[in-house]
Design a protein around this ligand. Structure first.
Ligand code: NAD
Length: 499
């Protein structure tokens, strides 16, 4: 979408949209078998914009049967790799040609600014699917250096039926991190979007079909977590669940797997990222901009948000002023306005959760330095100001629990050793960051931090080539990069004896 578009242009395009709410099973859009639906409420203004099929056990079962049938027939996994590549590339191309529509759907559905959905989310979805498509015919298997009178093949095979259960904060992007590697490796995939953000997942299902991906290979079953999500987790014929979401629900998927067929589970869960700024950082302005955007981007609804700011005491006051100066300039407003930088919180439940944590922080004795209130109430939507706490102790709930909103907790540290100790004092381990001009300190701190990603002198940098995932209760398995393909494949060894 062109940056030059005005709010009126965007609104007129949004009003011309139509919304699909059905499941996509075995190549067709269908209602839930029960006929039930749930409301899709836009956080932009609190209005119902669509009815979404409430898929449950019966719909999941139908989708799993179609997925298994497609897998067993081999229509997808046994295609020549270059043909699968061509179809996935076509899928990416069709998504790209509908980028404006998809960006609008994402913004209306979950409240993120249109500038983000059009310049970040949808382009990254296209890049992700293209990248895995390109990988298909470039990956080789292995031959082990064994007995010279044998050929010992080590090959990777698709698992079969994969379910992707995803959250609402980057709806289509998180889905693409599963779709790309799961389809590239030859599986049949069933996508279960979050109930707060089903629209883009439902829309792209027909694009997959138009790209020539066979029926049953890419399906979408929307529905409530406890119904459609649980049914996938407990299904005896689902081979793998690729999950992104909260730790609480991630643990349920481990239980479902244990109580059903021991399906493989990959978990991408929450975080409480320590963003460490040491007094010798080379560029405090750059660090302050990164610290502010690191927590306020996407209204703080980011798994790796830099929600704990750990600043060395000699610069703490000056640095925090700089962070707040960046935060104060952020334009919070209508997500459809191309000038908006901070949009709405996904729904009223999440907004009330964020506001309750702001209350908890004050009761715990943290000092509220900035923000803290709901704003734009007249819109009917769900907006919270960028909020900053100072004098936070790491034992406080605002430092330990994932708020998933625009709330920064500032903790003062004496030196890098204390920063590492406090940084690691969390049940999460998704990401961490450190700013220092000392290369030795940078490496030592990066090595000591228990996190799947560590940024040095930057924040939230990444690429489809780099793996993403957590240590500790942030989960296991990795999205992105070639490593993600390991999650959706089994390793097979074939020993061929030569005579
Ligand atoms: P959530 O755990 O509530 O929901 C995630 C998915 O699980 C949704 O599709 C939901 O319908 C489903 N679900 C909910 N209850 C279920 C149940 N009982 N059984 C089966 N499925 C169920 O998470 P959310 O609120 O949608 O997303 C926010 C969370 O996602 C945060 O914790 C965030 O940190 C995490 N997240 C992690 C990453 C990562 O890559 N590590 C990325 C984005 C978001």
């Amino acid at each position: 979408m062109s940056a030059a578009l005005s709010l009126d242009d965007v609104k007129s395009r949004a009003s011309a949209l139509s919304f699909k709410g059905q499941a996509f099973i075995d190549g067709k859009y269908v209602d839930a078998q029960s006929g039930r639906t749930f409301d899709c409420v836009s956080p932009v203004d609190g209005k119902v914009i669509a009815k979404i099929a409430a898929g449950d056990k019966a719909d999941v079962d139908r989708a799993v049967k179609a997925a298994r049938r497609a897998f067993d027939k081999g229509d997808w996994r046994n295609q020549h790799p270059r043909d699968r590549k061509a179809k996935l590339l076509k899928f990416a191309e069709i998504i790209e040609s509908h980028a404006t529509e998809l960006a609008l759907l994402e913004t209306l559905d979950m409240g993120k600014p249109i500038s983000d959905s059009s310049k970040i989310d949808i382009p990254l979805v296209v890049r992700t699917i293209r990248w895995y498509a390109e990988a298909i015919d470039k990956i080789y298997d292995e031959i082990a250096p064994t007995d010279p009178k044998a050929v010992s093949l080590i090959t990777r095979e698709p698992l079969g039926v994969v379910a992707a259960v995803v959250p609402w904060n980057f709806p289509l992007l998180m889905a693409s991190w599963k779709i790309g590697p799961a389809l590239a490796t030859g599986n049949s995939l069933i996508l279960k979007p979050a109930e707060q953000s089903s629209l883009t997942a439902i829309r792209i299902a027909e694009f997959a079909s138009a790209a020539g991906i066979p029926d049953g290979v890419f399906q979408v079953v929307p529905g409530l977590g406890e119904e459609a999500g649980q049914a996938l987790g407990r299904h005896m014929d689902v081979d793998c669940v690729g999950f992104t979401g909260s730790g609480e629900v991630g643990k349920l998927f481990l239980k479902y797997a244990g109580e059903s067929n021991m399906k493989r589970v990959g978990l991408e869960c929450g975080g409480k990222t320590p963003h460490i700024v040491l007094a010798d950082a080379a560029d405090l302005d750059a660090a302050a901009t990164a610290a502010a955007w690191g927590i306020f981007f996407n209204a703080g609804e980011v798994c790796n948000a830099g929600s704990r700011l750990l600043v060395q005491e000699s610069i703490k006051d000056v640095f925090l002023e700089k962070v707040m100066a960046v935060g104060r300039k952020m334009r919070i407003g209508d997500p459809l306005d191309p000038k908006t930088q901070l949009g709405a919180i996904v729904d009223d439940t999440q907004m009330n959760k964020v506001l309750s944590y702001i209350d908890i922080g004050q009761k715990e004795g943290a000092e509220l330095k900035m923000g803290g209130k709901r704003v734009k109430t007249e819109s009917g939507g769900y907006y919270v100001e960028p909020t900053v706490f100072d004098r936070v102790q790491n034992s406080m709930r605002v430092a330990q629990e994932e708020i998933f909103g625009p709330v920064l907790s500032t903790i003062t540290v004496k030196d890098e050793d204390e920063a590492v100790r406090i940084g690691n004092d969390t049940l999460y381990g998704l990401a961490a960051a450190v700013w220092t001009r000392d290369i030795n300190k940078a490496f030592k701190v990066a090595k000591a931090l228990r996190a799947g990603t560590v940024w040095v002198n930057c924040f939230d940098h990444g690429d489809i080539t780099t793996p993403f995932g957590g240590f500790k209760q942030s989960g296991f398995g990795r999205d992105k990069s070639l490593h993600a393909m390991e999650k959706y494949t089994e390793l097979k060894h074939t020993w061929v004896q030569l005579y």
